[in-house]
Write a protein that binds this ligand. Structure first.
Ligand code: HEC
Length: 468
């Protein structure tokens, strides 16, 4: 399929729908959509492409293509600025026409790909198939919304805690297939259930960064009420909860449709990890400082109960009853080499399991950061619980519900986090001390790949991403 055909046919379809927020362009009957420009095109002006300067760095001062400078401490354009940017960009395009007639599209496009001979800001896109260039071209063709992915596939996203990026791994080939860049100190990661976007918390800018799954670029940075740690999303994909790691403690609630921070829910203690329960009825945040598990109702976004434990709350994971409701919370605690079982209905601790020493495995006590055991996961069929030990560099496998150890496997230095693929066949573990993500076959308990990633890989997630 040639891009030109795609654009012509798209323009024809869009002729029938006339959006409210738009103006007629100079040519043809195709209208340029403001909301699409604001939410999909503008992020391209702010994005950092390797070897290029961001469009905004030059165009807030030079040339007839004029962008408004971001206001101080702001992470996105205001509505008024977006209007001005839209007006300026609109003068650089011929809506509905051959994309190679629009200066806006040919100037940043490589000559070999159909671009014009010179742009003072260099060439940013090397092909008309470049997903960012396509977003711009679709706007010129009259698009009013981003296409919902037609085809999605499982990807493992490994955040690299001491870097400015996250690595994208294909669990079929165990190859690195992409890199999400320009997020310094990325902490938690989760995916939108429909595969359209990824959510990563940004500890340096105190934002929730929404990453487009086709371009792998940050599409929007949503300001948070404080420094974030981990993040979780509801099953319907409508709300994202962010753990705010600052006293007195809060969870920020992000409305996905409007891309806004709609509420800061006060809780007891700075929150390290946050989880939406499997039935999406509750969101559970753990505090290291106050040793408290906070349970918030997702219908009202209010704290409904809390439970103080003996030590600080580290990773948690949830088992379910046959009706899908939450049965147990498995909790790792500061300074405890094992995990604790909390009964969700009784709201109390019911068991404690200590991870045994591994014979012949050298024990590490340096740089544990208060958490000798950090990383829990339950298999998709609910039959196994996996727990990692930084002290013995192993993952321990327990049967559920009886909690008998059924195996263990070496998973590198400082294992920090675990995720299962949705089919339960493979487990991925971020080995922070080795700068590697381990892939372990769950049937044979054999390591099948050691995938080099970035600096200090910690949290990782199994997500769906657009592959069309
Ligand atoms: C390093 C600075 C720099 C960057 C980065 C840059 N530009 Fe430019 N751009 C220029 C300069 C200088 C001109 C005027 C000279 C020319 O036409 O090439 C220009 C011209 C243009 C024009 C034509 C304006 C006119 O007067 O006709 C467009 C459209 C444009 N740039 C789009 C972009 C887009 C889109 C990006 C990001 C993808 C971008 N530029 C990034 C420096 C930059």
């Amino acid at each position: 399929m040639k891009p030109i055909n795609l654009i012509t046919s798209l323009a024809c379809i869009l002729l029938t729908s006339i959006p409210a927020l738009s103006v007629f362009a100079q040519s043809g009957n195709v209208e340029l959509d403001f909301d699409y420009f604001k939410n999909e095109v503008q992020p391209i002006f702010l994005a950092k492409r390797e070897g290029n300067v961001r469009c905004i760095q030059c165009h807030d001062r030079s040339s007839n293509f004029r962008l408004q400078a971001l206001e101080e401490h702001k992470l996105f354009f205001t509505e008024e600025q977006s209007r001005k940017n839209f007006e300026s960009a609109s003068t650089m395009v011929l809506a509905g026409e051959d994309p190679l007639k629009s200066r806006f599209l040919t100037h940043p496009l490589a000559v070999a790909a159909g671009g014009d001979p010179f742009h003072g800001g260099g060439k940013h896109f090397h092909s008309q198939y470049d997903p960012e260039w396509r977003i711009m071209a679709d706007w010129v063709a009259g698009a009013t919304s981003r296409r919902v992915p037609r085809e999605i596939a499982v990807r493992i996203i490994q955040t690299n805690a001491a870097s400015d990026n996250a690595t994208v791994i294909d669990p079929v080939s165990n190859q690195v297939v992409g890199r999400i860049t320009d997020i310094e100190i990325p902490h938690g990661v989760v995916g939108a259930p429909d595969g359209s976007q990824i959510y990563i918390t940004n500890e340096s800018l105190h934002s929730l960064d929404i990453v487009d799954s086709r371009t792998l670029r940050v599409k929007r940075r949503i300001p948070l009420s404080g420094r974030p740690n981990n993040v979780s999303v509801t099953g319907d994909g409508k709300k994202v909860y962010v753990a705010i790691m600052e006293m007195p403690g809060a969870l920020d609630v992000i409305d996905v449709a409007s891309m806004t921070n709609i509420k800061t829910v006060p809780v007891n203690g700075a929150i390290h990890n946050v989880y939406v329960t499997p039935d999406s009825k509750f969101v559970v945040g753990g505090s290291i400082q106050t040793r408290t598990i906070n349970v918030v109702d997702t219908a009202t976004d209010e704290l409904v109960w809390e439970l103080e434990m003996s030590q600080g709350i580290r990773p948690m994971i949830f088992s379910t009853n046959p009706d899908g409701s939450t049965k147990n919370i498995f909790v790792q605690l500061s300074g405890f080499h094992g995990f604790v079982v909390v009964d969700f209905a009784m709201r109390k601790e019911v068991a404690r399991v200590e991870l045994p020493a591994v014979p012949d495995q050298e024990a590490h006590f340096d740089g544990l950061q208060g958490a000798p055991a950090h990383g829990l996961a339950i298999s998709p069929d609910g039959k196994q619980l996996w727990a990692t030990s930084k002290v013995y560099s192993h993952a321990y496998v327990y049967s559920l519900p009886d909690l008998k150890e059924i195996g263990r496997v070496f998973v590198g230095q400082h294992p920090e986090w675990i995720t299962f693929t949705p089919d339960g066949k493979t487990v991925y573990i971020g080995a922070a001390g080795d700068h590697v993500t381990f892939a372990v076959d769950t049937a044979s308990l054999k390591t099948i790949a050691r995938i080099p990633v970035g600096q200090v890989p910690k949290r990782l997630a199994s997500v769906y991403m657009a592959v069309d």
